[in-house]
Write a protein that binds this ligand. Structure first.
Ligand code: HEC
Ligand code: HEC
Ligand code: HEC
Ligand code: HEC
Ligand code: HEC
Length: 234
């Protein structure tokens, strides 16, 4: 008993040095691992995504104030089609000639309007070719308006003119003051807006990502039966 008790005592004298070495090694490895993970986490998106720039800057906030509504540029046609991005015919009424000092306006007038060329805007939300998406089905849906937190007026088309409905899927592009770069996944060719900001696929808001599971999850909330593949793949 007394021998056993004294043995640890003797060992204690040497242990701290031995344990210290192990602790230092483990700690060193842990720090090294954490550091390389952190570098990887920061560098991986840059390796994975290619950065593309819009042809010119555009200020949504300023234009919504001047033009009045989203519909003055993003209106549905008579037959219910959604043309998406506006053409230069939507700009010419106010920009036939340069009015201000902003270099983007000079590009707009000199390179596009005066030459009659359309602006090759990049689309953040672009889905792959195999996907069928209809804006009308969503923008005029009372269920969609409800999810966007819009209370539809009795009789009025539910939420169609309400930017909150657009924002539910698109985030805040509609009140941005500058365009942002488009990040394209080098492997899949998908936009980062579709793929999701978070590489692991976490999403807090509907607008955080728009991959197949995001479409299917939302449809499951509003449709009682599981959908056929050809609802979204024609
Ligand atoms: C004066 C015309 C104009 C008005 C008004 C306007 N937009 Fe736009 N919108 C544009 C142009 C030009 C682009 C392309 C450049 C860009 O992405 O910012 C665009 C792009 C967008 C996009 C990006 C689509 C994508 O995925 O690439 C969204 C979303 C959008 N607008 C929503 C809105 C909403 C919501 C409103 C109303 C609050 C609005 N816009 C008002 C001209 C307009
Ligand atoms: C209802 C009038 C109106 C329409 C329509 C309009 N703009 Fe403008 N735009 C303005 C005004 C006002 C300014 C501020 C002018 C200044 O710089 O003094 C402006 C400024 C700009 C600028 C410079 C500031 C910035 O946004 O970076 C750009 C670029 C521009 N517009 C692009 C467009 C494009 C592209 C369209 C068509 C999709 C368009 N505008 C349609 C009124 C309009
Ligand atoms: C249910 C989600 C959803 C809602 C709500 C929604 N969008 Fe979209 N939007 C999308 C998707 C998905 C795409 C890509 C479609 C594709 O690639 O075929 C898109 C594409 C666009 C584009 C680019 C289209 C192009 O081809 O040039 C614009 C502009 C746009 N949306 C504006 C709006 C506006 C304005 C509203 C509100 C009136 C709105 N969206 C509501 C999901 C949505
Ligand atoms: C936030 C919810 C939401 C998201 C996200 C969403 N949808 Fe929908 N979708 C709806 C609602 C609501 C309807 C209308 C359902 C109805 O009226 O029965 C609809 C209808 C449709 C329809 C018409 C089908 C029919 O039954 O008539 C298609 C096609 C569609 N969605 C495709 C897509 C695709 C593709 C995506 C992803 C890129 C998507 N949706 C994302 C809510 C959503
Ligand atoms: C509610 C809409 C919706 C339904 C229903 C749906 N998909 Fe999709 N699917 C999408 C969207 C959006 C994408 C593109 C984004 C992505 O890759 O997640 C996609 C992508 C795919 C891809 C990858 C294609 C590529 O080019 O990368 C395959 C394969 C696929 N879907 C198969 C199916 C099958 C099989 C079913 C039926 C069991 C189905 N989908 C039902 C919306 C849908």
């Amino acid at each position: 008993m007394s021998e056993e008790k004294s043995a640890p005592k003797g060992a204690e004298a040497t242990k701290p040095a031995g344990r210290g070495w192990i602790t230092a090694t483990v700690l060193g490895l842990a720090i090294g691992l954490a550091a390389s993970l952190a570098v990887g986490w920061a560098a991986f998106p840059r390796l994975l995504y290619e950065t593309r720039r819009q042809p010119l800057d555009f200020n949504h906030k300023l234009h919504v104030e001047n033009a009045g509504s989203c519909e003055s540029c993003h209106a549905f046609t008579e037959d219910g089609r959604f043309p998406g991005l506006p053409g230069i015919d939507n700009c010419v009424q106010c920009h036939a000639d340069i009015q201000g000092k902003d270099p983007s306006e000079a590009i707009l007038v000199n390179d596009y309007i005066k030459k009659g060329r359309e602006i090759p805007w990049l689309v953040y939300s672009r889905q792959p070719q195999c996907v069928f998406f209809s804006h009308a089905a969503h923008v005029f849906s009372p269920a969609m308006a409800k999810m966007a937190g819009v209370t539809p007026d009795e009789g009025a088309s539910p939420g169609a003119e309400n930017p909150a409905v657009c924002a539910a899927c698109h985030g805040h592009d509609g009140d941005s003051e500058h365009v942002r770069p488009l990040y394209v996944n080098r492997i899949t060719g998908e936009s980062r807006d579709v793929y999701g900001k978070n590489i692991a696929g976490f999403a807090e808001h509907i607008s955080d990502r728009m991959k197949m599971d995001a479409c299917v999850d939302c449809h499951a909330k509003v449709k009682p039966k599981k959908e056929a593949c050809n609802v979204c793949h024609k």
